[in-house]
Design a protein around this ligand. Structure first.
Ligand SMILES: [Zn+2]
Length: 209
């Protein structure tokens, strides 16, 4: 059984968004191609879904984006422009991405005090979303992950997917990173953790997901 997990393809991370990832819109076509040509047992889409004044917002701390703070649990929190505030245009999944009625939406980052890059666990690893339980319930073995951004939420989701015991694939041409350096390091970390790299054409041609 297989699941396609699409991370944070939301307006704020795309062209003209508050936390725009360069060329993010280029991933929509290959993801849609996969949706049109492959059948997965489950498709889940994660959404960064923050309350106002979230801990990850520079504005919450009167700091500048990309400064950092130390959280109560002694973790370093990188700060970002306000983004993906619940029920705003910026938090909506991009309208050009295919989303089907039976797709599962996983909201993350709802706790004002803890950020959540991964769609499985928050950054403190103290609370989890419903994703792991849903994947177990559907007897999922293979998880195919793509989206935004490679060096943050995609990386964290890939690593958690592996640690939860799923055979984990990273769909490279369906993902974009924030920085070249961060992305290179993230790809290495994925390789070191046994994540398998594929692209959309591999999936479409093999159709063996
Ligand atoms: Zn966020």
């Amino acid at each position: 059984m297989s699941c396609l997990l699409i991370i944070d393809v939301q307006n704020d991370f795309m062209k003209d968004g508050s936390l725009e990832v360069e060329n993010a819109n280029d991933i929509i076509k290959p993801i849609n191609d996969i949706r049109n040509n492959c059948s997965f047992d489950l498709v889940a889409l994660s959404k960064d879904w923050h309350p106002e004044n979230h801990i990850s917002f520079a504005s919450t701390h009167n700091k500048k984006p990309y400064d950092s703070i130390i959280t109560k649990s002694n973790n370093t929190q990188l700060l970002f422009p306000d983004h993906c505030i619940q029920n705003t245009k910026g938090s909506e999944i991009n309208k050009d991405l295919i989303v089907k009625d039976k797709d599962i939406i996983i909201n993350k980052g709802l706790d004002k005090e803890v950020d959540s890059f991964s769609s499985f666990y928050d950054n403190d690893k103290k609370s989890k979303t419903e994703l792991h339980d849903i994947l177990k319930k559907h007897s999922i073995v293979n998880v195919y992950i793509c989206g935004l951004a490679t060096d943050f939420c995609v990386l964290a989701s890939c690593l958690d997917s592996v640690s939860c015991g799923f055979k984990t694939y990273f769909i490279e041409d369906c993902s974009k990173g924030v920085s070249k350096n961060g992305t290179d390091q993230s790809l290495q970390k994925m390789k070191d953790n046994g994540i398998i790299f594929i692209n959309s054409l591999d999936l479409i041609q093999n159709k063996n997901n």
